[in-house]
Design a protein. Structure first.
Length: 114
């Protein structure tokens, strides 16, 4: 059982930055990959970024160059640095961990608005 706790969401103006954190209860080596998803009101949950246990990273096209996913193995934490935020980035952001099973965090709200 992997428990995930997200933090770092909030309200930011367009062009601003936020850093999301996802702390996992399991050591990194037990997790194959961790990812960030988001769900905007009235829309389906969508994948945003992923980092594997060997450090390979992948991004949704619309966030490339603006978002950066990284990890701190000592803290069992994954981060999502979000720069140049746009109103269309507004959503609840979820952390996802994959072992033999899939685990989700509770989500953190990101609102981009002037």
């Amino acid at each position: 059982q992997v428990q995930l706790v997200e933090s770092g969401g909030g309200l930011v103006q367009p062009g601003g930055s936020l850093r999301l954190s996802c702390a996992a209860s399991e050591r990194w080596f037990r997790i194959n990959a961790m990812a960030w998803y988001r769900q905007a009101p009235g829309k389906e949950r969508e994948w945003v970024a992923m980092i594997t246990n060997v450090g390979s990273v992948h991004y949704k096209d619309s966030v490339k160059g603006r978002f950066t996913i990284s990890r701190d193995n000592d803290k069992n934490t994954v981060y999502l640095q979000m720069n140049n935020l746009k109103p269309e980035d507004t959503a609840v952001y979820y952390c996802r961990a994959q072992t033999d099973l899939v685990y989700w965090g509770q989500g953190t709200q990101v609102t981009v608005s002037s």
